[in-house]
Design a protein around this ligand. Structure first.
Ligand SMILES: Cc1ncc(C[n+]2csc(CCOP(=O)(O)OP(=O)(O)O)c2C)c(N)n1
Ligand SMILES: [Mg+2]
Length: 591
């Protein structure tokens, strides 16, 4: 009776902006990341009313705001909301939707819209969001009537979080946010997740028992800590070697004796060769997309049906992804945690493939071994030193760029650490992701890896960290160039440096201007003490790693690439000068 009364009491007339704020709270959304616009003033006012329950994070750039919301989704498995204004705000923010789409991350992206009566006049900042976001969102809708807000927000959360998670874009008609409506809030309803068919698990166990060279490829976004522990129990207990998908390395504890490395961009060629020898692939939670399959070449497209093909079991929460490119011998539609629990409960096998697993593990160990590199700063050793300084539950974020090879190759992650980055290769992700992560998890250590190129795309979001009083640490890998593109360039057009060199500011001074802690590291031994000082400063910090630009990746120098380039236009003498990448990276810095 009391409950009914209380419910009834809630159904009072409220303006759309307030109904929306209440709808977000009712759906369990607790963080909003935004750059404001006059197109959603009434919703900002609604958010003011619920500020005790829903934290509004004010950002400096829409790409930063939406990347923060995306990182929230990756870290929690639940959606955050991003709010951007119409037209330009939506365009800036769209990159975050694309990341969430390719990474299967739940997210809500709200866009303030023009007044409804001006529709299709190409009014000020008008865009049809259904058309704009059609290929990069799981669902796009527009709310034109205040009374439909609770229904649409509830459905948006369902769509964003179910099956293969993804971003939902919701445009908000401007005047709708002022309109009064009497409508109740809608909470979450419990929906059970798809569990694996026990007969399919039997079949999987039979296939595994017959295998001699099994390989698990672990990926996906919707793992909980208990799911990660259960899949570890299954894979370690059966001594199955584990490779992780692109940027999914922290799904598996790198120190375990069956971890073989990552199968992403820049993967170990020896691991790729071994993966081709596998006689059973357990693709668990991962999409079989371009990076993990090495450009769709790793497996036989027809699965085991082609002569000499690879038998594969593909486990994924959405049936539409199974068999999309590679036809597996067995597909299992299941929530990943539920799958992990089901297989962990099965009796462990005798694992006659232990020798094979040890071979793959040896590859990983060889990858991690620190070799001498030219120059005073050996990044391999610096990453190994960093491993010892990271908190056991640290959150690490990465950008796109060749620098990412250093942490990916040389760090082992533990089960409670997280390492998140954009699988769509979007630069400008890691600083906002780190700032957002630190705001959401202020008690965890948060470290961003970023190149000099990526840092100057969204590094200004460090201002948001100051505004919200949190202190992430950013490691800027400075090679004075768009190194990844330079690498491809040197392979295809050796010596013809075109459009890839950069001139940078002093990154330590950059953060000092905000009031933070900055250092420039030019020598291997200086890295660990600098990192410690950054931690102890309690301030947002930037450590610039002044690299030898010649070391273009963890595996190659520019000279190596020039020697093995594919397209070989006539060399010109001027090229040599450009190799020094404007020289500045080599100059030691007095600090
Ligand atoms: C938003 C965006 N723009 C452009 C690219 C193309 N791109 C891929 S890597 C890269 C260079 C990255 O440079 P930097 O951040 O300095 O890292 P580095 O490769 O030098 O380590 C570029 C321009 C991209 N992936 N994303
Ligand atoms: Mg660079």
């Amino acid at each position: 009776m009391e409950l009914a009364q209380a419910r009834k009491a809630r159904v009072i007339a409220r303006p759309g902006g307030r109904i929306l704020a209440d709808a977000l709270v009712a759906q369990g959304i607790d963080h909003v990341f935004s750059v404001p616009g006059e197109s959603f003033l009434d919703t900002l006012d609604g958010l003011y009313a619920v500020r005790q329950k829903l934290k509004l994070v004010t950002c400096r750039f829409e790409a930063g705001a939406v990347n923060m919301a995306e990182a929230y989704g990756k870290l929690t498995g639940r959606p955050a909301a991003a709010f951007v204004t119409r037209g330009p705000g939506a365009c800036h923010g769209s990159i975050g939707a694309h990341i969430a789409m390719q990474d299967s991350t739940p997210m809500l992206l709200f866009v303030g819209q023009i007044p409804f009566e001006e529709t299709d006049r190409e009014s000020f900042q008008e865009i049809d969001y259904r058309r704009m976001f059609a290929p990069i969102a799981k669902w796009v809708t527009q709310i034109d009537e205040a009374k439909r807000i609770p229904e649409i927000v509830a459905h948006a959360v369902d769509v964003a979080t179910s099956g293969r998670p993804g971003p939902v874009v919701i445009a908000l008609s401007e005047e709708m946010q002022k309109h009064m409506a009497e409508v109740p809030d809608l909470g979450r309803v419990p929906v059970s997740k798809p569990h694996p068919d026990p007969a399919a698990i039997d079949q999987l166990m039979t296939m595994l028992a017959r295998a001699r060279r099994p390989l698990a490829v672990l990926g996906g976004s919707s793992w909980s800590p208990t799911g990660r522990a259960a899949i570890r129990d299954f894979l370690l207990g059966n001594h199955v070697p584990v490779a992780t998908g692109f940027r999914r390395q922290a799904l598996y504890d790198g120190s375990l004796p069956n971890f073989a490395g990552d199968l992403g961009v820049g993967a170990d060629p020896a691991l790729i060769a071994k993966a081709r020898e596998a006689d059973l692939v357990l693709a668990i939670g991962t999409r079989l997309g371009e990076p993990v399959t090495q450009g769709y070449t790793l497996f036989d497209m027809a699965g085991q049906h082609g002569a000499g093909g690879v038998p594969m079991v593909h486990v994924y929460p959405d049936g539409a992804e199974i068999g999309r490119v590679f036809r597996p011998a067995l597909g299992i539609v299941s929530d990943l945690d539920a799958f992990a629990r089901a297989v962990a409960a099965r009796e462990k096998l005798r694992a006659p493939w232990a020798g094979w697993t040890d071979e793959l593990r040896a590859l990983r160990e060889a990858q991690r071994a620190v070799r001498p590199y030219a120059g005073t700063l050996n990044l391999a050793q610096a990453m190994r030193d960093l491993e010892g300084l990271l908190a056991p539950d640290a959150i690490l974020t990465t950008d796109a760029g060749n620098f990412a090879g250093w942490p990916t190759r040389f760090l082992n992650f533990s089960e409670d650490q997280r390492y998140i980055g954009p699988t769509n290769g979007a630069m400008g992700y890691s600083v906002p992701a780190a700032v957002g992560a630190k705001i959401v998890f202020p008690d965890r250590m948060v470290v961003a890896f970023v190149g000099d190129g990526g840092f100057l795309m969204t590094g200004q979001e460090i201002a948001t960290a100051f505004h919200h009083g949190v202190a992430p640490i950013v490691l800027v890998f400075n090679n004075e160039m768009y190194g990844t593109v330079r690498m491809y360039q040197e392979r295809a057009y050796p010596g013809r440096v075109s459009g890839t060199a950069l001139t940078n500011p002093d990154f330590a001074k950059f953060i000092e201007a905000f009031g933070g802690y900055g250092e420039v590291v030019t020598e291997t031994a200086a890295f660990a003490p600098a990192f410690r000082r950054a931690m102890e400063s309690g301030q947002p910090a930037v450590i610039e790693l002044r690299m030898n630009p010649e070391q273009i990746s963890t595996r190659a120098t520019i000279a190596d690439l020039r020697a093995g380039g594919t397209a070989k236009p006539k060399r010109r003498p001027a090229v040599k000068r450009a190799t020094a990448a404007a020289g500045r990276a080599g100059k030691p810095k007095k600090r």
